[in-house]
Structures are given as structure tokens and as C-alpha cells.
Design a protein around this ligand. Structure first.
Ligand code: D5M
Ligand code: FE
Ligand code: ZN
Length: 475
């Protein structure tokens, strides 16, 4: 046996590994460059698995001799706002948007028993019935003062002010998102005011997820912020190289999803220039392509815009327009989508959303914070809406159709924006916030945001087992 082969194998033997005779056969047959590194990789992986022998199959996998051709990698873009965007103007447009939101959500809850009893707000104000009545509307105001909570909801017929006294019901009332759809059971109090007896939100039913037939893996990323001084270029490069490596999991990855903030952009916040390496969007996107195009071609990459990317700022956002970078659009394994988008991966429905609305929601809803993004994501699913709040910092476009509604219950809900990794399961839906690839910026430090960057979230689509791979520490 050749000297370098013996040397490499000694490394494994010294670590207490046994080597199966069939492994030697391969080593005799194949000319292997960098065998030492291959053996070290195998030792590291198998030590993690607590398996201390090396056989022919291990070598085949790590040398890339064993193909994974049986793995399915079918995708379908089920919904994408890019080509649907019309943008009507001003007040008329917002009137249409909100009336569409109301009627779509009312239809969504129409199979609930309470829905049959719903009355228009104007009629219950006029009739002052002695019995409890059901109304629904969009929540325009929520106020808590001296142990009572006031809710104001609007439907197309009018506006209803109601009071919540019950403690448990107040907790529910306070967790409602402004401008979300809500049903109320109300009665008339002694002084003629409306008292809330029950609050019913759209929510999602318990969900049985779809799984992939084959053990295909997907990686969830967001907030690369290429162009920023704080962009973790080395770590992202390491991730991309790992994708092309013979690591047994890397070899089964067929999808990479990027949920927005691909670049840092320019003019996004005051004095941003001081924190940029590249001060124009074209250069930033060029750099992003340079890194992402090293992803092997058998991996499909889905790219969504965030609030730092070029195109339109208001939600829903179209895909990053072609005029900024043709390479992103031309590469055969890249798929440019708008924000939000619903994508099917081997039959698994992934709802992708950058997550801009989280800022306004955290600010206005008690009990929510930036460091627990999946809790906010639960609220979005409960409200069946990705960005309910109007008139705060998240710009909403006055579209005729409200494309921010969660029409279909997804199997995976993937969000970014807050730069904090979050994983959770809600009623069978896998919730992923994919963190970031940017170190904490001075701005984030000043507002108390502590990111958890440099971590790739990897999911086995056959069983939804989730892995966090940290590229800050792993070699
Ligand atoms: O957002 C990164 C994080 O910073 C996200 O959690 C929102 C937060 N952020 C962004 N802008 C603001 C303002 N103006 N106030 C408070 N918090 C903010 P990114 O989209 O990457 O900039
Ligand atoms: Fe971001
Ligand atoms: Zn963002």
C-alpha cells in the first residue's frame, strides 16, 4: 500500500477506528487526491454519530463515488406577487385593499358555526337586541386602561366600540394585531355599551404536513446583507463550499431558500454609507452572485427580496428586477420570486416572507419581542395575515387584492428580517426564522437587537428533522 494511504489510515486507527477490509479495496483502485482530508472528515462525522468503523460505503459517500441520483428535487412556484402587482392609487386603492381583506377573511371563516350568526355592525347598533350577537371586522383600535380593554372593529357597514372586562378575554384581546380580522360575540350592557363575551380569530386548523418521498434536504437562509461591512463573507463562502463537499448531508441538499435582504442596499437608513464596502446596488448584487453561483447546479436556489433589496419597498414586493442583475435571472438553477411567495418543494408547501411587518407588530403587541420571532410568526398564522398593520413603518401598497393573506396553510413557514434564528412547531406547521449572515451592526446594537448570525437551518424534507449548522465555529 502507498505511503500516503497508510499515513491517512493511521490517523483513523489512532483515533480508535476500525477499518473494514472492503475499504482497502477501494483505496487500491482509486487515485485519491487529498485522502488525508477525506479520512479526517469521515472521522469527524462518524465520531459525531458515535460509530467507530469505516467501511467501503463511507469512502464512497465522502469521495463522491456514490451518487444520490434517486433524490427528488421538484419545485413549483404556487404563488408569487411579481406579475400580479397593479397598485391602484391613494384612498380608493386602500379602500379596495381593506374591503378585499375583510371579505376574503370573512369567507375563510364562513364554515365556522358562529359565522352563520354574523350580523352587520350597523344592524346591531340599530336593533340593540337583548341576546348575544356575533359581529366581525378589522380591528382598528385596541386600548387597555384601568383593567378594561376597549376594542374598536370596522366592517363595511360601520364601526363598533366594545369593552372587554373578563381577564382571560383581555389577554386574548391584547394579543390581537391591529388591522387583523376578528369575530366577537357581544351583548349590550346596562348603560347601552357593547360588552365582549367571546373573541374568535381566524387561526389555522391542526395541520398534517406533506413530506417528501425521498430524503431530500433544504437549507433556509435570509439576510445575507452583501455589501455591508458586517456581511459574513467568509462564513457564507464556507457554507457554499460545504454544499459542494462530499459531506453526507450536503450531498442530499437540493434546495436553498433565501428569504430576503440579499444585499445591504443603499439609503436604507441614515448614514448607511459609512457601513458599506460597496456603495452601489450593482456592485453589491454582483458580489452576491459571485458567491451564490458557487452553489452546485443540482441545487435549486430561490431568491426573494427584503426591505434592503432593490425594486419596490411596499408589500407585496416583486422579485428583484432584471435590470439590476441579469445573472441572477439567467442562471438555470436560480429562481427569482417576490415577497411573499408560496413554493412547493417535492410537494411540501413553503410559505416564504421576508418579515418586514414584525417590526410594527413587536412595537404594538404586548408580550412579543425581536428575540423570539417564531412567537410573532404564530400570531401571523392566527391572524391568517402576513402584514396586517397599516399606517405604521411597514409600507403596504394599495393593491386591489390583498396578497398578504395566508390563504393556504403551509407545511413550512419561513421568515427572516429579525436576524435571530427561531425554530418552532405550531399546529403541525414548521416555523423557521433563518437568522442572518451579518454581524451585529452599530444600529442594531443601539436598538438592542442581538443577532444569531452565520447559522444555516437545514431540514430533511422526508421527516422535517431540523439541523442548525454553525459556520462561525465549524471548519
Ligand atoms: O432589520 C434587521 C433588524 O433590525 C430587524 O429586527 C428590524 C430591526 N430594525 C430595522 N430598522 C429598525 C428601526 N428603524 N427601528 C427599530 N428596529 C429596526 P433589517 O431589515 O436587516 O434592517
Ligand atoms: Fe435584514
Ligand atoms: Zn430586513
Amino acid at each position: 500500500m502507498k505511503k500516503d494511504v497508510i499515513f491517512a489510515l493511521n490517523y483513523a486507527l489512532n483515533k480508535g477506528f476500525q477499518i473494514h477490509p472492503n475499504a482497502f479495496e477501494i483505496l487500491e483502485k482509486v487515485e485519491i487526491r487529498d485522502l488525508e482530508k477525506v479520512i479526517r472528515d469521515i472521522v469527524r462525522e462518524k465520531t459525531k454519530q458515535k460509530v467507530f468503523h469505516i467501511n467501503q460505503e463511507d469512502l464512497e459517500v465522502f469521495l463522491g463515488l456514490k451518487d444520490e441520483e434517486g433524490l427528488l428535487s421538484e419545485h413549483k412556484i404556487l404563488s408569487d406577487p411579481t406579475l400580479k402587482i397593479t397598485s391602484s392609487e391613494g384612498i380608493i386603492g386602500f379602500g379596495a385593499l381593506f374591503s378585499n381583506r375583510f371579505s376574503k377573511l370573512k369567507r375563510m371563516v364562513s364554515n365556522r358555526p358562529e359565522a352563520k350568526l354574523l350580523k352587520p355592525i350597523s344592524s346591531i347598533i340599530a336593533s340593540k337586541s337583548d341576546n348575544d350577537v356575533f359581529v366581525c371586522g378589522l380591528l382598528v383600535e385596541r386600548n387597555s386602561e384601568r383593567s378594561i380593554t376597549k376594542l374598536v372593529i370596522d366592517d363595511p357597514s360601520g364601526s363598533l366600540e366594545s369593552i372587554v372586562f373578563d381577564k382571560d378575554l383581555q389577554n386574548i384581546a391584547n394579543s390581537l394585531l391591529i388591522d387583523q380580522f376578528v369575530m366577537e360575540r357581544v351583548s349590550i350592557g346596562k348603560n347601552g355599551g357593547f360588552i365582549v363575551k367571546d373573541i374568535i380569530i381566524p387561526n389555522i386548523p391542526d395541520h398534517i404536513p406533506n413530506y417528501s418521498k425521498t430524503e431530500t434536504y433544504a437549507v433556509f437562509l435570509s439576510d445575507l446583507h452583501v455589501g455591508s461591512k458586517y456581511f459574513m463573507e467568509k462564513e457564507l463562502e464556507k457554507f457554499v463550499l460545504w454544499l459542494a463537499s462530499p459531506d453526507p448531508i450536503a450531498r442530499k441538499i437540493r434546495f436553498v431558500l433565501v428569504a430576503g435582504d440579499v444585499i445591504d442596499g443603499i439609503g436604507i437608513y441614515p448614514n448607511q454609507e459609512k457601513e458599506l464596502v460597496f456603495t452601489n446596488v450593482d456592485e453589491q448584487l454582483k458580489k452576491a452572485v459571485e458567491i451564490l453561483e458557487k452553489i452546485p447546479r443540482h441545487v435549486k436556489v430561490f431568491i426573494m427580496p427584503g426591505n434592503h433589496d432593490p425594486g419596490r419597498r411596499a408589500l407585496p414586493q416583486p422579485a428583484i428586477p432584471k435590470k439590476y442583475n441579469l445573472d441572477l435571472w439567467n442562471r438555470e438553477n436560480f429562481f427569482m420570486v417576490g415577497n411573499p411567495a408560496l413554493i412547493s418543494l417535492n410537494g411540501i408547501k413553503v410559505l416564504m416572507f421576508h418579515g418586514q411587518s414584525i417590526d410594527d407588530i413587536v412595537r404594538t403587541t404586548p408580550g412579543l419581542s425581536f428575540d423570539n420571532p417564531t412567537k410573532v410568526m404564530r400570531h401571523l398564522l392566527q391572524a391568517r395575515h402576513l402584514s396586517p398593520i397599516y399606517g405604521s413603518q411597514t409600507p403596504l401598497a394599495p393593491e386591489v387584492e390583498d396578497m398578504m393573506l395566508i390563504d393556504e396553510v403551509p407545511d413550512v413557514f419561513h421568515v427572516g428580517h429579525v436576524h435571530v434564528v427561531g425554530l418552532d412547531l405550531y399546529k403541525g406547521v414548521l416555523l423557521i426564522n433563518s437568522g442572518a449572515w451579518q454581524y451585529q451592526t452599530p444600529f442594531q446594537a443601539s436598538v438592542g437587537i442581538t443577532p444569531t448570525p452565520g447559522i444555516a437551518i437545514i431540514v430533511n424534507l422526508k421527516n422535517f428533522k431540523v439541523y442548525r449548522k454553525d459556520f462561525k465555529t465549524e471548519s
